[in-house]
Structure formats: structure tokens, C-alpha cells
Unconditional design. Sequence first.
Length: 489
Amino acid sequence: MKEGTLKKKVLAGLFWKALENGGVQLVQLIISLILARILGPDRYGTISLLLVFIAIANVFIQTGFQTSLIQKQKVDELDYSSVFFLSLGVAAALYGIIFVGAPAVAAFYHDPVLSPMLRVLALMIFFGAVVSVQTAIVSKKMEFRKMCIASLLATCLSGIAGVVGAWRGLETWALVVQQLSNQFLLMIFLWILVGWRPRALFSLKRVESLFAYGWKLMFSSLIDTVYNNLYTMVIGKLYQKDIVGYYNRGNQFPQLIVNNLAASIQAVMLPAFAASQEDREKMKSMVRRSIVTSAFLVFPMMAGLIAVAKPMITIVLTEAWLPCVPFLQIMCVAYAMWPIHVANLQAINAMGRSDIYLKLELVKKLLGLLVLAVSIPFGIYAMVWLKAATDFVGTIINAYPNKKLLGYSFAEQWKDVFPSLLLSVVMGLAVYSLQWVIQNNWLLLVTQVVAGVLIYGGLAWLFKLESFLYLLDTARGLLEKRSGKTGTR
């Protein structure tokens, strides 16, 4: 692919992927806020525990083979159909395991209602098996507009179903309906928009070839998923379900921001990196641009979210949810470095070094398990704070191989992102201090948001930050191009 064409595809892909993630997560946030007011923290704690098991099951059908299809240079119908039928077979096996094991899960958490809920919710696995191949096709062709449309429609309709169920008194079952209908509708809409249909084809050799690359990524993702959900499982065992609800709700807000950007980078940059995997200098330039630009956007968002946490939660969730504020602030620190995580790991994946990816995950997760075990006796806040510290150390670990692979060390990366971090800290402290001047929550929140944007934007302009100028030039170019097209009509 020519460099100009690739750049256009990457920019278009980032736009549609960011729109998809941003739109979907915005709708999900609005729906979840409505449901949170109706259902309360303990209901969210229950569904959070159930979704842990679904997330782990989905790793086996939505990670290794999907990434292998995207990374492989030449893919045909035999590859897609083989993965499709294999994924359905794996989904059936996983559903059987969950169906049989559901009573044991309910007994472990001393809540009998978990068993039937888990059995129903696990039907999502079958829909996810189909979606995984459809997503690979969309990513391979960089047709993210279709995924954007399908995701937004599925999220809106499933959200309405969940709210109606909650108003009708279904309680936690309303959340089950929302989650299940979301995956089903996403599958249906992609079936229509993508237009791909499986053929009666299957090749064990193709599956083995894809598995040779994908199994390391699948195992790495399994470790990552189990580890990331381990805190929910441990908190659910040691504390009441409302504490699980507070933790997961506090985690949701920074995750909403970071996933929007990080997932966009992950989905779009992997095929872009893969297309340039033979050119080391070009790869380094792309990775650097990804890290610097994402840090410029994420750092101030996390700093600002820490500053506005209390008035924001009071307004959107009521004072009943205020115990989630400390969790929200701590998780902002943990999530701040995620885009750097993603860019480094996607570069390694694109170069076909899934062996390195697996080793990195093993090292990080062993460290994380050790930290979790040490922190449990000191209480839940110690657990979460040390998790944030471990995530920062993980950033260093992820960047280490790229010093050799790309000539881009963590020291260089840190030097590149430090200006954005410094301005974000200054802005965050200034915005946080406003709470001692303004007492009304609505006025405080609006003032903090406006002040944060003006302070950070003004400082970026004053010091001529590279990412600020890059984004301005990119936006100006897109506007000029659009206005030029409009003028020729």
C-alpha cells in the first residue's frame, strides 16, 4: 500500500473508530447512569461478577485467531470460514463448561441467583464467535465505518431494552437483557453491513497456521483478562457486592476515556503497523506519533477527571455513589499510561513477535499477582493504589523490547510525553483548587471543565507543544480538503 493511501486509511480509520468507541461509550455511559439511579451499587456488583466469566470465555474465540487474520498478509475465504466454524465449536464447548460450572460459581459467592443468570448471559459467547470473524474482516479492510454504525445501533437498542427492563422491575435481570441483546444485535447488524457469509469450507492446515501465531496472543490475552478481572473477583469474595459496584463504577469513567482512544489505536494501528513491518524507521515514526499524540490527549483527561470527580459523581449518580470517587481517582492514575501500553504492544504484534508479547504478559502478571497478594491484608485502597503503581511499571516492561526492535527506548518515550504530563499536572492542580472557592456542584463542575480546557490548551499553545501543533495542522488539512471538495460540487 502506498504511503499516501495508507495515511488516508489510517486517518479515516481513526476517525471512524474513535467515533464508534466514543459514541458507543457515550451511549453506554448515559444508559448506565440511568440504570445506576434505578438499580443501585449492589446490582452492578452482581453483573460485574458475572461478566468476568464471560470476558474470560471470550478470549478463546475473540483474540488469537482474530488478530492472526488481521496480521496475515494474504487472507482468503478458506481462512475466514475455517476460523468461523472453529470459533462456533469452541463457543459450544465453553458454554457447556459454564453451564455445568454455574452452580459452583453461585456457591463460591454465596448467591444462588448467580447460577441461572450466568447460564443465560453465557449465550453471548455464540454471538461473539460470529462477531470475531466479522470484526477481523472490517479491520483487515479498514472499513471501520460499518463497525461504527453497527455498534451504535446495537448499543442504543440494547440500552433501551435494559432501561425498560429496569423500570419493569427486572432488577439485575435488566442488565442481563442489556448485555445479551447488545451482542446479538451487533452480530445481526454486522451480518447485514459487512455482507460476508461463511462457506462450507474448512482447512485444518490453515487453522494450524493461524494458531501458530495466534496462540501466544490468546494465552497472553487470557492472562491479561484474568488479571484485570481478578480484582473484581477478589473484592466480590472479600467485600459486599456494593463495594464491587463502587469499584467498577469508579473504574468505568477513566476506562470510558482511555478505551475510546486506546481501542481506536489498537484497531487501526495494528493493520497499519503490519503494512509497514519491513520498514523499521517508518514503524518507529508511526509508534512515536501514536504515543506522543495519545499522551497529549489522555494525560489532561485523566488529570481533569481526578479534579472534577466529586462534583461529577454527585450530579450524575447522586450522593449514594460518592464512595466510588477514590476508586475513580486512583484508576485515573492507572489508566493514564494505557495508550503507551497499547502502542508498544501493537508494534510488537505487527512485527509478528507474539513470542515477545507473551513473555511480557507473563512478567507483568506475575509481578501483579505478587503485588495483589501482598496488598490484600492492608485493605481495598492499598490493593487499588498498588495496582496503579504496577501498571506504571508495566509501561516500562512493554517498552523494553522496542529499544532493540525499533530503536525507541522507554527513556525516549518518556522524554516525548513528559511535556504533556507536566502541563496536565499543572492544569489538574489549578482545576482541583476551585472546589475551595465554589460551593455549588453544578457551577463548580462547569467552571472546572471550562477552566481545564482553557488552561491546558493555552499552555500547549504558549509552549508550542509538538502534538498540539500536529493536531492543529491535521485538522486544518482535513477542513481544507473538505472545503475544497465542497467547492467543486
